[in-house]
Ligand binder design. Structure first.
Ligand code: AMP
Length: 193
């Protein structure tokens, strides 16, 4: 079972991914974490990624897709067990690339969990997170850019996955436990047959 968790920056993707992993025993691939790890290790890709991330922009599709393929191929057991994709895809071309990447490896996306949270609440959460996380991109100006980029480049994916019959809309505004329960119900319904 492969799940995509989808939503704006600050919607709770990371927190809810952890819950899903605990319940369903999936592997977690967060492209944001993969990139931050490359930056911390000072790799060539990390140096390129840093330029984009600190401005709140997306890493170019081609590079991001290649880095994700590396992650998948580094451990052949990942897809056998199932993966939760957190932060990928973020553009329609990435969604097509994911579909092909999984098909080439005999797999597919089973459900897309979309966490929907009003924009004012997202900004509030990201500013609070920035005070604690020390993440270079959780500052007011970069947050604004990231939300603009999300609306322009990532939100169209909702239509794409609705068209594929995979999209499950979740209200991402309640308590962490309530949202987790709604996600579990959506995943169970999506994978029942
Ligand atoms: P995240 O931890 O998911 O919020 O990602 C942090 C930053 O990493 C994003 O604001 C982007 O700059 C970059 N990033 C993460 N995933 C992707 C992706 N799938 N495509 C392009 N850029 C990404």
């Amino acid at each position: 079972m492969n799940i995509v968790i989808f939503g704006a920056p600050g919607c709770g993707k990371g927190t809810q991914s952890e819950r899903i992993i605990d319940k369903y025993g999936l592997h977690h691939i967060s492209t944001g974490e993969v990139l931050r790890d490359h930056i911390a290790r000072g790799t060539d890709n990390g140096k390129i990624a840093d330029e984009y991330i600190s401005r709140g922009q997306l890493i170019p599709d081609e590079l991001m897709v290649a880095m994700l393929a590396n992650e998948l191929d580094a451990d052949p057991t990942l897809l056998a067990k199932g993966v939760i994709f957190d932060g990928f895809p973020r553009t329609v071309p990435q969604a097509h690339a994911l579909k092909k990447m999984l098909a080439d490896r005999g797999s597919k996306v089973d459900a897309v969990v979309g966490l929907e949270v009003p924009e004012e609440e997202l900004i509030d959460r990201l500013i609070k997170r920035g005070a604690q996380s020390g993440r270079s991109d959780d500052n007011p100006e970069t947050i604004r850019n990231r939300l603009e980029v999300y609306n322009a480049q990532t939100l169209p994916l909702r239509d794409f996955y609705q068209g594929e019959g995979l999209y499950r809309n979740i209200n991402g505004s309640g308590s962490i436990d309530q949202i987790a329960a709604d996600i579990n119900a959506a995943i169970d319904a999506a994978t029942a047959d």
